[in-house]
Design a protein around this ligand. Structure first.
Ligand SMILES: Cc1cc2nc3c(=O)[nH]c(=O)nc-3n(C[C@H](O)[C@H](O)[C@H](O)COP(=O)(O)OP(=O)(O)OC[C@H]3O[C@@H](n4cnc5c(N)ncnc54)[C@H](O)[C@@H]3O)c2cc1C
Length: 350
């Protein structure tokens, strides 16, 4: 084993990696192949309490207190007032979190892990604790599959000048079979996108026609693969968080909250290891048990995703309609909106 360079190394400096890093004191190295906040892949829609609790509320672009689900046969309206959602500026959000970290940041591409060392374009770095927060590519906890479309969902979106139509999901198999569309107002204009649960990545023509239908032009595109099933939260002595551990929520493809939630919990466990209060093995086991406690809700959402992908849209439209009505609604809302909310004392950890 080469000499130890750092107490811990975090690979990936987006939602999950920054959520881990902001919990850590000590000699910690944070790695990403891009500058922090430079490469957005997400529509950045999340409950308003999240940026507020993290101390980055200034990144919020627009607050949303209703959600529309549009299907060919009906439009279902959800009142989000009990837990308003927001869309935020990715760069401002990430830079705000980075400012709360005491870690050293290095922009470099991580190639993998060899003989305990994290191998990068700028050399090898060693640490007793390694955290993989590199998204679906899982740079140090298994790597990406050869055919990601067989295992992951895929999402693509473009910025348009479309005026505020409200936070909207589109369920229409003619638009996208086995998937969903969305229109997310972002202060100025809206992001219009499609997500394929079947991992289809050639979504641009369908988005172009959707954009044209709204009488606007498409702007720059961004997108990537994202998981919809939990993967192993630890691989050897490596902790995996966020999309690297498959923690993106099935059905809604909400991955920011879980990345921040599990990232924060992982960071707290790692800090206990650094403080000598836990052994590495005990820390890995504690993190595995924490993630395992959420298997049931993930299974339920995955079942709902399967229904959305495999039942005729008009049936699923009936289900979404019923889910919005009492007494069904009280079974999941606002509980869903509070998932991952930090306890007050844990909010802004600096
Ligand atoms: C089009 C689209 C829209 C979405 N919209 C939403 C939404 O509105 N709300 C929501 O909650 N979720 C949304 N998601 C899902 C969400 O974006 C992800 O679940 C979330 O980004 C996961 O965060 P993460 O930190 O785990 O991974 P990522 O955000 O993917 O970050 C991984 C980081 O690791 C770095 N990295 C990767 N490989 C390497 C390497 N080899 N070396 C060094 N660095 C590396 C990357 O540069 C990146 O910074 C969307 C996804 C897509 C594709």
């Amino acid at each position: 084993m080469p000499a130890r360079d750092y107490d811990a190394i975090v690979v990936g400096a987006s939602f999950a990696g920054l959520a881990v890093a902001r919990q850590l004191r000590g000699n910690v190295l944070l790695l990403d192949r891009n500058e922090v906040g430079a490469v957005q892949t997400s529509a950045c829609g999340t409950p308003l309490w999240l940026p507020e609790a993290l101390g980055v509320a200034s990144s919020v672009l627009q607050v949303h207190d209703r959600l529309l689900i549009r299907t060919p046969t009906r439009t279902v309206r959800y009142d989000l007032a009990p837990v308003p959602f927001c869309t935020f500026d990715y760069r401002a959000f990430c830079r705000g979190l980075l400012a709360q970290c005491r870690t050293r940041f290095l922009r470099t591409s991580v190639v993998g892990i060899q003989e305990g060392a994290v191998v990068t374009g700028d050399g090898r770095f060693t640490a007793p604790i390694v955290i993989d927060a590199s998204g679906w590519r899982r740079a140090v906890s298994g790597g990406a599959p050869d055919r990601p479309g067989e295992r992951y969902s895929f999402g693509l979106e473009t910025h348009t000048e479309l005026d505020d139509e409200g936070l909207t999901f589109l369920l229409d198999q003619r638009l996208i079979p086995q998937g969903l569309g969305w229109i997310f107002p972002v202060g100025r204009g809206s992001l219009i996108g499609l997500g394929s649960y079947a991992g289809r990545s050639k979504l641009k023509p369908a988005i172009e026609s959707l954009v044209r239908r709204h009488g606007v032009a498409s702007g720059a595109y961004h997108g990537t693969y994202f998981p919809s099933r939990l993967l192993r939260p630890t691989v050897g002595r490596v902790f995996a968080v966020g999309d690297a551990a498959g923690q993106c929520l099935p059905l809604t493809a909400e991955g920011i909250r879980p990345a921040v939630f599990f990232g924060g919990e992982c960071g707290r466990i790692v800090q206990q290891i650094l403080d000598g209060a836990l052994s590495l093995e005990a820390g890995l086991e504690r993190y595995r048990r924490l993630v395992a406690a959420y298997r049931r809700p993930y299974r339920l959402l995955r079942l709902a995703q399967w229904m959305a992908a495999h039942t005729p849209t008009r049936w699923f439209a009936l289900v979404t309609h019923a889910a919005a009505m009492r007494p069904f609604r009280s079974g999941w809302w606002p509980r869903y909106g509070w998932f991952g909310r930090p306890r007050p004392c844990e909010a802004v950890a600096t």
